[in-house]
Every structure is written in structure tokens, then in C-alpha cells.
Design a protein around this ligand. Structure first.
Ligand code: NDP
Length: 491
């Protein structure tokens, strides 16, 4: 028994679809292996849904919507809190499953589980507020009374990627249920196990049948069927920009609403007055957390010239000493990439970067043999037109460039088709705020690691997003707005 599988051996893993309150087989029996990225062994085989199963799940969600939308906010809050407590009770098991299936160090998986709990609790609190009496809107007419009502959108399709299983799901699922929507979830074909376990917790929380459904399978079949199904009112998608474009086109055929959380190519701007230790921590955290498989990876490092030599030397040392290995082993800072395709893609980027004329390339160590382990890699002074500088890599690769003025730094950081996040490191408070204001990004951290609180917001500018998740924005994404204007004195 190896370290990666031990925590899960005594618990049978869920492998079926969850439709209308029941675990079930797909209409046509097919199975997909789910691979442990640390060993390349198959963990288990999962049933693969198809269009007929999507139809079944969407119809169940549509039937369930009639009663679920009539429940009070307080009732839905009760279910959300029950899910949060269920996740809490299963926390270690879920974290282990996350590390087994995704490959991230167990310490990172525990952070993910905490995020899921916080998200369900936050949207439970927001659901409670939905029972407040409708506020009258001030209008310039004494003869009329206007109120704005928010109603659930309907049946929503949630499609999520493999880099933060459960977390990207919770950010959609908690507000969708809070709003009174019913849901069909499609997890990534690479990491369905945490989502299936979450489904078991949701089942135990006692949600009425059909309110929450999971159809495992591929994007080409399950994802495509969801984005075109006539009874789906809205698609909330997190994934690559290329697939986001396809989702939008498919949804356009029936004018469905879409929310998209897509790729990024984000910068961390380090000024010469920065605390060097803090800068090193923030750069490496922004580039290597989750092995760099983050839409929010700040993989472009812009450093003010007087600090460049010192920062590059410290980063080179940190990159070389990064401990890559078994996600369950203590002291490991980076696990494998999550799947073979991503591993090969990152290796291709590293090869291209080496050919593109960087003035310095530093690589750390990674275990040899089985597993999708990649060496953390740093490039210095790549040309700004090189692919590795411009394209999302989604792996542990950072590129450093120097800048001379604040305006230069802002222009270089904004010179990308994406606009998800940015980080600014400086001891000059007003400058931090000024640069944050000038950066085209949906989230800017100043002297802070990438903390994300469910009370705030998530999403970006340009090709990174359409809409926002988290905070009240996340709830609004699953609500319709209805105006009711009545004559003040009914006849
Ligand atoms: P993909 O876009 O490949 O896949 C995302 C999801 O979409 C998967 O469940 C996939 O299914 C599904 N899918 C694939 N094709 C279709 C289709 N035609 N119609 C509907 N659904 C489809 O992304 P990855 O899973 O590779 O995730 C990495 C990407 O996600 C990165 O670009 C990253 O930046 C982005 N991301 C963005 C975040 C944000 O908040 N902005 C957060 C996290 C990731 P399957 O793979 O199972 O076949």
C-alpha cells in the first residue's frame, strides 16, 4: 500500500451518476479510469454519462425546481449549513481524496476543504437575508408603487475544471442553491472523485430529489449536451478560454445566460522598496501553489531594476530548493501536475522557453519515473513576444523581467489579453493603491498572498471572465430581477 492510497482504502468510492436523488448507472454502460497523478495508477473507474443521462438529470432538476423555488431562504440556508457541517465532518477524507486525485500537497487540500465550508456557510447567511420584505423603490410618482423582486434563474448547468475540485464547484453550487435554482453538475473527467464524495454529503443533507444532480463524463458529450439542453436556463462554466468560447457559442443558440471564469496570465509587480523576504514568498506562492495550475498564477514577475539582482538570486535559490514529490509526504511543497496532457503541455512550454533566448534558466528537481512531476522553472528576460511570456502555461513556470518606471510596470502588466488578478509588493502605501487602480485585473493583492474570502468577489477583465463569482455577485448570477409596478390605489 503506498502513501497516496492509504487514507482511502477502507472507504468505498462513489463511481455512479447522481440523478433525481439516486445513484445510478448511465443509460449506456461505459467507464473511464480515474488516474492517480503521483503514480499513474488507476484509482477507480467511474461511470460515463452521455446526452440521455443529461436529459434525465435536467428533467429531474426541472421537476424539482417547481417546489424548490417556493422554499424560503431560511429553509435553503438550513440545507447549505448541513452541507457545510457534512464537509467539516468528512474534512480529512475529502482532503485526502483531493490530493489523491488532483496531486496537490495535503496541506493545500486542507485549505481547499476550508474554503468549501466557508463558501457554504457564507451563502447560507445570504440565503437567510432573502426572506426580508421587499423594499419599495423610490419613484417619481405618488400613484404607483414599485418593488424589485429577485427570483431564481431556473435549472442551471455547472461545468468545472480539475485544478480546484470542490472549490470551483462550491463557488457555483452554494449560491445557485441559495438563490433557489436546481442544478446539474459536470465535474472534470480527470478529477470526479471529490465531487462525487461531495454529492454523497449533499445527499445526506437531505436535499429534495432532483435539486442537485451530478453527471460525470466528458466535456464533448456531457458538457455539450448541457450547454444546448432547452430546459437549462443558464450555464456557469470555469475552464479554459478556448472551451469557454465554445460554451458561449453553444449557449447562444438558445440564448441561455452564461457566466465564464476562464484563463489568466497575471503579473506580480515588485518595487525596489519591497520587503525582499515577503517578495520571495509572494512570487513563489503565486507561481508554484497547486504546481502553478491556477488561473490566478502570477507567473509574470516584474521587478524594479535596483532590486532585480537580489530578487532573482533569492528566487533562483528557492526554485532550486523546492521540494517536489508525494503529496502526502511531510515537507513536500509541490505535487505532480494533475494529468498527462497538462504534463506534456508544460514540458512543451519549457522547451519553447529555453529556445526563446532567456538570459537565465533555473530549474529545480523533480522525482523521476512514474507520475506527472515537473521541475519548477524560472526564466529571466524572455522577450515579451515569446509564447511563454504571453500564453497561460498552467504549470510551475515563472518568468522575470525588470522595469524602470511605475508606468512601464503597469503597461507591461496590462499587455495581455487576460485580466484576472495581479499582486503589488511595495512599502509605499499610496503607490500600492495607485498601481492597483491602474491594473486591469478583477482582483489585486497588495503585499498579501492570494487570499480569497467568499464575502468578496472573483473574476476578471478581458478574456478572463464574464460575470463575477463569490460575494453578492455570485448570488446575483443565479437570480432574475423582476420589477412589479402597481397602481397605489387598486380599483
Ligand atoms: P477545460 O476548458 O478543458 O475544461 C473545463 C470543463 O469543461 C471540464 O469539465 C471539461 O470537461 C468541460 N468541457 C470541455 N469541452 C466542453 C464543451 N465543448 N462544452 C462544455 N464543457 C466542456 O479546462 P481545464 O479542465 O483544462 O482547466 C484548466 C483551465 O481552467 C485553465 O485555462 C484555467 O485558467 C481555467 N480556470 C479558471 C478559473 C477561474 O476562476 N477563472 C479557475 C480554475 C481554472 P472534461 O475535461 O471533463 O472533458
Amino acid at each position: 500500500m503506498n502513501a497516496q492510497t492509504r487514507p482511502l482504502f477502507d472507504v468505498p468510492l462513489r463511481t455512479q451518476l447522481f440523478i433525481d436523488g439516486r445513484w445510478c448507472m448511465p443509460e449506456t454502460r461505459r467507464r473511464l479510469p480515474v488516474v492517480n497523478p503521483s503514480t499513474e495508477d488507476t484509482i477507480v473507474e467511474v461511470e460515463v454519462g452521455g446526452p440521455a443521462d443529461v436529459d434525465c438529470a435536467v428533467r429531474a432538476a426541472s421537476r424539482a425546481f417547481r417546489a424548490w423555488k417556493q422554499t424560503s431562504g431560511a429553509q435553503r440556508a438550513g440545507f447549505l449549513r448541513a452541507i457545510a457541517r457534512g464537509v467539516e465532518a468528512q474534512g480529512e477524507h475529502l482532503a485526502a481524496l483531493q490530493s489523491l486525485n488532483n496531486g496537490k500537497p495535503i496541506t493545500e487540500s486542507r485549505i481547499d476543504v476550508g474554503d468549501v465550508i466557508a463558501t457554504f456557510d457564507y451563502y447560507a447567511d445570504l440565503a437567510d437575508t432573502l426572506d426580508a420584505p421587499e423594499a419599495e423603490i423610490a419613484i417619481p410618482s405618488g400613484d404607483h408603487r414599485a418593488v424589485i423582486r429577485r427570483e431564481p434563474t431556473g435549472v442551471v448547468a455547472l461545468i468545472v475544471p480539475w485544478n480546484f475540485p470542490m472549490v470551483t464547484t462550491a463557488w457555483k453550487l452554494a449560491p445557485a442553491l441559495a438563490a433557489g435554482c436546481t442544478v446539474v453538475l459536470k465535474p472534470s473527467e480527470f478529477t470526479p472523485l471529490p465531487e462525487l464524495e461531495l454529492a454523497a454529503i449533499i445527499e445526506q443533507a437531505g436535499l429534495p430529489p432532483g435539486v442537485f444532480n451530478v453527471v460525470t463524463g466528458t466535456g464533448a458529450e456531457v458538457g455539450a449536451a448541457l450547454t444546448t439542453h432547452p430546459l437549462v436556463s443558464k450555464v456557469s462554466f470555469t475552464g479554459s478560454t478556448a472551451v469557454g468560447e465554445q460554451v458561449m457559442k453553444a449557449a447562444a443558440q438558445s440564448i441561455k445566460g452564461v457566466s465564464l471564469e476562464l484563463g489568466g496570465k497575471s503579473s506580480i509587480v515588485v518595487f525596489a522598496d519591497a520587503d525582499l523576504d515577503l517578495a520571495v514568498d509572494l512570487v513563489t506562492g503565486g507561481a508554484f501553489f497547486n504546481a502553478g495550475q491556477m488561473c490566478s498564477a502570477t507567473s509574470r514577475v516584474l521587478v524594479e531594476r535596483p532590486l532585480a539582482e537580489a530578487l532573482i538570486a533569492r528566487l533562483a535559490d528557492r526554485v532550486a530548493r523546492t521540494v517536489v514529490g508525494d503529496p502526502f509526504a511531510s515537507g513536500v511543497q509541490m505535487g505532480p501536475l494533475t494529468n498527462r496532457a497538462q504534463y506534456e503541455r508544460v514540458q512543451r512550454f519549457i522547451a519553447r522557453g529555453k529556445a526563446d533566448g532567456a538570459s537565465l534558466v533555473v530549474q529545480g528537481e523533480a522525482p523521476e519515473g512514474a507520475g506527472y512531476f515537473v521541475q519548477p522553472t524560472m526564466f529571466v528576460d524572455l522577450p515579451t513576444d515569446s509564447a511563454i511570456w504571453r500564453e497561460e502555461i498552467f504549470g510551475p513556470v515563472l518568468c522575470v523581467r525588470s522595469f524602470d518606471t511605475e508606468d512601464d510596470a503597469i503597461a507591461t502588466a496590462n499587455d495581455t489579453e487576460f485580466g484576472l488578478v495581479a499582486t503589488v509588493v511595495t512599502r509605499d502605501g499610496p503607490r500600492g493603491q495607485r498601481v492597483a487602480g491602474a491594473l486591469q485585473a478583477g482582483v489585486v493583492w497588495i503585499n498579501s498572498p492570494q487570499l480569497i474570502f467568499p464575502q468578496t468577489s472573483w473574476g476578471g477583465y478581458k478574456k478572463s471572465s464574464i460575470g463575477r463569482e463569490l460575494g453578492p455577485f455570485g448570488l446575483a448570477a443565479f437570480q432574475e430581477v423582476k420589477q412589479i409596478l402597481s397602481a397605489a390605489d387598486p380599483v
